[in-house]
Design a protein around this ligand. Structure first.
Ligand SMILES: Cc1cc2nc3c(=O)[nH]c(=O)nc-3n(C[C@H](O)[C@H](O)[C@H](O)COP(=O)(O)O)c2cc1C
Length: 318
């Protein structure tokens, strides 16, 4: 049996599949539809310091090959998270990563500081890249501000791996990737959704109340893959920072592409709306793939993509 385990900067996972923040609630919402014990890790919906109602409906629109969402970070806020959700998270049969969002340095440091003291939280993912909120600062598109934020958060989170989730809505993602690592990020996750829109031609209005939203699903996969490959080749291959790749993963072959491009683990979001058991099926497929390739460990294939100009490998695989 090939070894699917991965080590994300000290965060040991039994396999490389995670859920994408915001696509599967806070904990047990999907328990009847997928085997949570077979997840590498569960990633919660973004938590903010204050409770948020989010945007007006319509907040979700289906598009060709994907979906647009403009939820606007609706969530229970830090206090209710600790009283209502943490008792459930303690019972989760897999490691839990809490995704934290905010609008100021204080927002982030207060919420992340609270996470540092919770044993049931294996790591924190910083959402610095939500394209669907109009209030507050944007950190994810500004390398200097992102480095500073990461540095401040790392100070209040000494005991847990810090994952910084990168926005694709930037000119050069390697600059924000480097900034996050310089600020102290232990792991990078990429990508969040792409800012996009959809129009109702009969009403001559945008379909989303927020006008724009974030595009996810299969439509973004080739772009997400390209961004992971770019960040891996130009940045993380040299710093040794693990990548959690995401964007349109629907099956094990998509996951395999992300792994070859440089992802140590792969997160699955929009596909859960079609088949909540997708992460479990991805694991099964990866086992078969590794077996056929005669590769013992999935970690041996991280970044194993051969590009023109690379030192040609011997052909170890059939
Ligand atoms: C309905 C919905 C809600 C989301 N909410 C969040 C969120 O709260 N925080 C966050 O960091 N990303 C959020 N995302 C982005 C996903 O975590 C992920 O980065 C993106 O959807 C790409 O992966 P996918 O194509 O597999 O869905 C959300 C995505 C969707 C579709």
């Amino acid at each position: 049996m090939p070894d699917l385990s991965v080590n994300l900067a000290g965060l040991k996972l039994s396999n490389p599949t995670l859920t994408c923040s915001g696509t599967c609630g806070y904990a047990f919402e999907y328990a009847d539809f997928m085997d949570l014990s077979r997840l590498g890790a569960f990633v919660t919906k973004s938590i903010t310091r204050e409770e948020r109602k989010g945007n007006e409906p319509a907040r979700i629109v289906e598009t060709r090959g994907g979906m647009l969402n403009a939820i606007g970070l609706a969530n229970v806020g830090l206090d209710r998270f600790v009283t209502e959700k943490v008792p459930q998270l303690k019972k989760m049969p897999c490691p839990v990563i809490v995704n934290v969002a905010g609008h100021s340095f204080d927002d982030y440091t207060e919420t992340c500081g609270a996470m540092n003291g919770l044993d049931c939280v294996a790591g924190v993912e910083l959402n610095v890249s939500c394209p669907n909120v109009k209030d507050g600062l944007t950190f994810g598109t500004h390398p200097g501000r992102l480095k500073e934020l990461t540095h401040e958060v790392k100070k209040v989170l000494p005991g847990k791996p810090l994952i910084v989730k990168l926005s694709p809505n930037v000119e050069d993602i390697t600059l924000t990737a480097r900034a996050a690592i310089d600020g102290g990020a232990d792991v990078l996750s990429l990508v969040n959704t792409f800012t996009a829109m959809s129009i109702d031609i009969h009403k001559r209005r945008p379909r989303l109340a927020n006008v724009t939203g974030g595009l996810s699903g299969p439509a973004i996969k080739p772009i997400a893959l390209h961004l992971v490959s770019r960040v891996y080749r130009n940045v993380t291959k040299h710093t040794g920072t693990p990548i959690i790749g995401m964007g349109g993963v629907q099956n094990w072959m998509d996951a395999a592409e992300f792994i070859l491009a440089g992802s140590s683990a792969v997160a699955i979001g929009t596909a859960l709306f079609v088949d909540p058991a997708t992460p479990n099926k991805v694991c099964d497929g990866l086992v078969e793939w590794l077996t056929k390739q005669k590769v013992d460990r999935v970690s041996d294939l991280v970044g194993a993509l051969e590009l023109p100009g690379d030192e040609p490998r011997q052909a170890p695989y059939p």
